[in-house]
Ligand binder design. Structure first.
Ligand SMILES: [Fe+2]
Length: 435
């Protein structure tokens, strides 16, 4: 009950309905348009997708405080508006061909909405109730599918079980249902998809809401001192914990250090051969019993970046999902994480300053509070899709009961992106001239 009330409170505070500005209308269908069938688009999507693109860090921001002050003075567009096939597009729920034609005709406007508002929530589209229809949907918008960014380190299951399918399971496993997936941008090592579409094929009986958080408002709302410290010291993730080295403590003390050196060297070589980014191994203590373990830490990186297309500064940091302390705190609400296999134990993560210093309790508390404040619970039903910009919008998942089948497709970019970038740059330049 406590959980339901908490979810309800967040849902209520974020569900203020508003009509998105300049909704695409079905009437402006291009002259001479020939709608493609769902099956023809699906056939085209069967090509194995390319690798997830490299993360675009952009130029270093010279004065992060001034940039935050600039953002505070701006009125930000509403976050993640809804687009209903019935209410906004004048289409019947079951008119899947009409829906496909609609998204194709309004592809550029939909992508612009995603850029301006961070995400678009599609409702009442029967088109996306099937995987085939979902793939046709994003292909018609011009989104270019790519491989899961986790591809090089582990295989995320695909919804239909096909090896080359671009539609992956979005954490539906029964064993992970009481694990609240904290807010994060999809990012692994050096790779980050530019955008993603999350689809609901079957909603969980209870909970399981998809969560989105606005990265621009996150950056805007954090305390300026904390922003400055995080940006100047940067951040660093521990991407893996290897908790198998308690046996070293049982060795005679004079061999412990040499054994640790040998183990660290061997594990370091093995991991660096497997992943396409540099990993440094540090000895630490983990778990509740302080067992000796190795932590694999990724290179340091900035927690705020400028968006590759629009230049907007946005929070790009997974402290909410990766901080070990924040996860432990959530266990007091949702129950302890269940590690049913060795792999999920190894995947435990943490976050530090770039110089390996720890964030304080007060800093973590603020980061948690500002994240929660800017998070929206999206209760999805069959066929609903959230199309989001992976730089401007973080995602997560509420705990659930029952059977949940949500999928995700990642995108390396989209058709018309270069034009969009030029347009945003021109608009930015003209605003400066006017100012
Ligand atoms: Fe994710």
């Amino acid at each position: 009950m406590k959980l339901q009330l908490a979810s309800l409170a967040l849902w209520a505070s974020s569900a203020l309905a508003f009509a998105p500005n300049s909704l695409p209308s079905r009437n402006n269908r291009a002259v001479g348009y020939v709608p493609s069938s769902i099956s023809s688009l699906h056939a085209a999507a069967l090509e194995p997708p390319p690798l997830s693109p490299l993360t675009q860090w952009g130029d270093r921001i010279e004065n992060i405080r001034a940039l935050q002050a600039e953002l505070k003075a701006r009125e930000l567009p509403p976050f993640a508006p809804e687009l209903s096939a019935v209410k906004d597009c004048g289409l019947a729920r079951e008119d899947t061909e009409g829906q496909l034609a609609y998204v194709r005709d309004n592809a550029m406007r939909i992508k612009t909405m995603m850029q301006e508002h961070g995400a678009v929530v599609f409702r009442d589209f029967d088109l996306m109730k099937t995987q085939e229809g979902f793939q046709a949907f994003y292909a018609a918008i011009g989104m270019k599918a790519c491989l899961d960014p986790l591809h090089s380190v582990s295989a995320r299951p695909t919804v239909d079980g096909q090896k080359n399918s671009p539609v992956y399971e979005a954490v539906n496993k029964e064993s992970r249902k009481n694990f609240f997936i904290g807010m994060h941008n999809e990012f692994v090592g050096t790779r980050a998809p530019r955008a993603a579409a999350f689809v609901c094929f079957k909603a969980a009986e209870t909970g399981g809401e998809f969560l989105v958080a606005d990265g621009r408002r996150m950056f805007r709302d954090l305390d300026a001192d904390l922003i400055e410290e995080l940006y100047n010291r940067e951040i660093r993730y521990s991407v893996m914990e290897l908790p198998f080295f308690g046996w070293i403590d049982n060795l005679p003390s004079f061999v412990q250090q040499p054994a640790m050196n040998v183990v660290r060297g061997a594990v370091s070589a093995a991991i660096n051969a497997k992943v396409d980014f540099d990993v440094e191994l540090l000895w630490g203590e983990g778990g509740y019993d302080g067992t000796r373990m190795l932590q694999a830490r990724a290179p340091s990186q900035p927690p705020i970046v400028k968006h590759p297309v629009t230049g907007d500064p946005t929070w790009f940091c997974n402290v909410h999902s990766h901080s070990s302390k924040l996860r432990h705190q959530r266990e007091s609400i949702y129950g302890a994480e269940r590690f049913e296999d060795g792999a999920s134990q190894i995947n435990k993560s943490d976050m530090f300053f770039g110089d390996d210093g720890e964030l304080s309790e007060a800093q973590l508390k603020q980061l948690d509070e500002v994240t929660v404040k800017n998070t929206r619970y999206v209760k999805m039903t069959e066929g609903d899709v959230v199309l989001l910009d992976n730089y401007k919008t973080m995602h997560g998942r509420n705990v659930f009961d029952g059977t949940r089948k949500h999928g995700v497709a990642w995108f390396e970019g989209w058709e018309g992106e270069a034009d969009m970038k030029q347009q945003f740059q021109a608009e930015g330049a003209s605003q400066k001239v006017v100012a």
